[in-house]
Design a protein around this ligand. Structure first.
Ligand code: ADP
Length: 231
């Protein structure tokens, strides 16, 4: 119990810190974005065109700004305090929406297999938050695989609970890392690719839904993430 208290105290402190950083970083980001737009407008006005080399520099500024804005959004999400409103939400619909969104981002071929046990699984929860959790899990799965990627998504009802099981055949997770996955800022990805906030946010959301998120992995073989939610 003491451990748990210490952990929630730490998370609360980190939340305040994260919100502060997000807020502070956001305004210089606006200047950078505004500056890039200003340079573009300057060339349009004086030369009627933007030279290719300037254009490619502006593109890389914009890419950096977008990436930073994503990080700011993750920090904000991480520090979010109270639960948002709950509705009856259709899990299969959320999964399908996530797959559609990610489908446009996957650059190489990933086989997605769905095994939905029944037509609808309805849980009480916040649609936007559950959507975020599933996006995080699928994004990790996609980033973990190289070629011949396979993701299997299974849903079922068990003991009056919904189980969502995501299995990938990616690179897997080292046994000593398994317990660290949901620690804020834990990442094994190269800088620029991961913030290490995805699973910590996901765990917080699932706990707020009175559910559980479980990880099982074999290095070199793949990873299974299971979400259990009360109906
Ligand atoms: P990030 O994706 O920004 O690194 P996450 O909290 O989403 O942050 O994930 C933390 C770490 O967990 C990842 O850096 C990775 O090492 C590991 N991980 C999560 N999901 C998977 C997966 N499906 N396969 C392999 N490693 C994973």
């Amino acid at each position: 119990a003491h451990d748990k208290l210490l952990k929630s105290e730490k998370m609360a402190t980190l939340g305040v810190l994260a919100a502060g950083i997000a807020h502070e970083v956001n305004s210089p980001l606006q200047y950078i974005q505004g500056g890039a737009l200003g340079i573009e407008a300057y060339f349009e006005k004086h030369y009627n065109t933007i030279p290719e080399d300037v254009k490619s520099l502006l593109d890389s500024i914009n890419e950096g700004v977008n990436r930073s804005a994503d990080i700011v959004a993750s920090l904000n999400q991480f520090s979010r305090q109270k639960q948002e409103k709950t509705d009856a939400v259709n899990i299969h619909q959320i999964i399908d929406n996530c797959l559609t969104i990610l489908g446009n981002k996957i650059k190489y071929k990933v086989d997605i297999e769905k095994h939905f046990q029944r037509d609808d699984i309805i849980v009480s929860g916040n649609e936007g938050q559950l959507h975020q959790v599933i996006i995080n899990i699928l994004t990790n799965a996609i980033q973990a695989m190289h070629n011949e990627g396979k993701i299997n998504i299974q849903t079922k009802l068990k003991d009056n609970k919904a189980e969502l099981i995501f299995t990938d055949n990616g690179e897997g997770i080292k046994p000593e890392d398994l317990s660290k996955l949901t620690e804020p800022f834990f990442t094994t990805k190269p800088s620029g690719e991961g913030t290490g906030l995805g699973l910590s946010i996901s765990q917080k959301i699932i706990e707020e839904h009175k559910g559980q998120i479980l990880f099982d992995s074999t290095l070199g073989k793949g990873t299974t993430v299971t979400i259990i939610l009360p109906l």
